[in-house]
Design a protein around this ligand. Sequence first.
Ligand code: NOJ
Length: 765
Amino acid sequence: MKRANILVVFLTLLVLNGSAQTKKPLSTEEAKMNTFISNLMAKMTVDEKIGQLNLPSSGDITTGQANSSDISKKIKEGQVGGLFNIKGVDKIKAVQKIAVENSRMKIPLLFGMDVIHGYNTVFPIPLGVSCIWDMATVQKSARIAAIEASASGINWTFSPMVDISRDPRWGRISEGSGEDAYLGSQIAAAMVRGYQGKLQANNEILACVKHYALYGAAEAGRDYNTTDMSKVRMYNEYFPPYKAAVDAGAASIMASFNEVDGIPATGSKWLMTDVLRNQWGFKGFVVTDYTGIPEMIAHGMGDLQTVSALALNAGVDMDMVGEGFLGTLKKSLAEKKVGIAQIDRACRLVLQAKYKLGLFTDPYKFCNAERAQKEVFSPANRQVAREVAGESFVLLKNNNNLLPLKKSGTIGLIGPLADNTANMYGTWSVAALFDQSVTVLQGLKNALGNNAKVLTARGANFLADSTMEHRYVNIHNPTYKRDPRTEAEMIKEALEVAKKSDVIVATIGEGSEFTGESSSVTDIQIPETQKNLLKALAKTGKPVVLVLFTGRPLALNWEQENIPAILNVWFPGSEAGSAIADVLFGDVNPSGKLSTTFPQNVGQVPLYYAHKNTGRPLAEGKWFEKFRSNYLDVSNDPLYPFGFGLSYTTFNYGDIKLSSNTLTKGKSITASVTLNNTGKYDGKEVVQLYIQDLVGSITRPVKELKGFQKVNLKAGESKTITFNISENDLKFYNSDLKFVAEPGDFKVFIGTNSRDVKEASFTLK
Ligand code: NOJ
């Protein structure tokens, strides 16, 4: 052997040896699991292994176009690894029995469901929950969802949805946590912790992080559309929440429908293996989205056999509904288009998930009718849902302290959402008990008793056109019975109620299905017929409180100018009416902060706070300058910035005090402010820390959220709030995709939202 070659061999051995030493030894539990699965797999036929990779829908709830039939026959033949959309302990138990008693290998099934924001007890939509900025509360809502779903037989939830989105046209913005990578990452991890716990107890279930990756960046906000962005942007702005969920131990991840860098995510080896497994160390299994594999045919990636092999070779383990794996992998194996190693890998990962859930010990672990009786939709859970909803509301405007309202006089409660049950929930309320929800009318009446009167009128339908209205609200569930009267007749009745009222509470906005999957729009204003109602109410001169229901940021320019108080309640869930009453009457002081920018109009989209400066930024305070980066017709400002939300009290921020103006690598400094509750109410404030890297090897955002603390202050109380800043907080992915902090000058901002901040500077040495 030549000397150079000897050196190479020596160095290779050194490296291998080194990596063997750094690799964590298997725990006894893992070794036991591996042996168990190896023994099991040794007895399985190729068909049975492929069967484990098949995830049909039970057909209870249909999304998309696939139609899976004769499932029990397939289960007996070992062609099913799991099922989803099947509800109820008895049904699930019966199906599990088929798998463990009537199939040759007796392997139990996974039971999945889109438990996105609660099960029978429904919490606010995720976009609403993301406005709470308190991870203990976020985690608690996921924990309760897991407790309820698991008692009903579900052992796998298709949540959290962590797709960053900066496009309110996209209907699925309602399912995520908004526009920011830092906030989104905290929430992603909290939800995984909430669902999975230690994955030991019978109320701890598998989380499934979705939709990996970039699903929220669909062009033009049109669902399922193409995405295209630089790797630097992916790594810095869109990937962090997926990675945070993986770091928190998420057991599974769902591939997104869209393409990434020219390849559908479902077929992207770069995404599923290079980034997910090799860079991030993901140990769980990857499932496609609904028919994600056959959809690659329309993407132009080949026939079913080709795209199925592409997905498996990319690192996808389970095929949701598509039956591409079931139908073609054996042929691909014979033709050497896939290897048995890939099939084994996928099968092992699916079996590992079942093992970790404890299904091999007790396949009925999650079917507990008694527990379901006691723990599902319990008064305690409903109370938490009420509190969580109250915390998610964002007070957008409150002129002359119109809110909170007094519990006296006459309240005119007007609008299509005034006495509505099903439209309190928002998208993905798969187990909501519509007939048991608290309507706004009920909530107000409960709070007022005999102290005040509530008069009510529908005032408007959701939309003027009945065909369009059907498309917007009634396709999934017929949840809205249209009022047959004309717009004029309905407004007339509303004005009669208004005349007799001291204050008007207008419950207006979107219905549950205005947002969610396949619910994209190009107009983000309150529908015209409801706006006409609002205008008529405003004209009466009576004080009007707009209680806004929405699953997306809306363009509310007219409302901001003309309505004195606006409380955004998103879709609050089961306890909607009670939570709304709590806040309207001041029993709860609103503290929600927007997790996504509200633009002035749809033409500004995408509009987000952490933008780049451009070479021609506007001068401070200007809204138009020729040959600068702006519009002729509208300023660059949002209507409500990221992080914005008012309170019934007022908070004063002192100047920032830095422990040092120099941060040395490996050390940290602190940034503190004194926060004073200067108003009349006790209240919570989310103190937000942003950082700007002034000079970088790549351009850097004008501001990035790097910390926040939600603090409770009594009226008149002051507190010093302190943040640590270390080199880690300054790191970003550079153009080589290395995660680095570059020495130089930084600005630090602390404030009540991303716009209204105090400022200081420091240098990283
Ligand atoms: C399609 C959706 O994109 C995904 O979020 C969901 O989990 C699956 N359908 C299953 O219902």
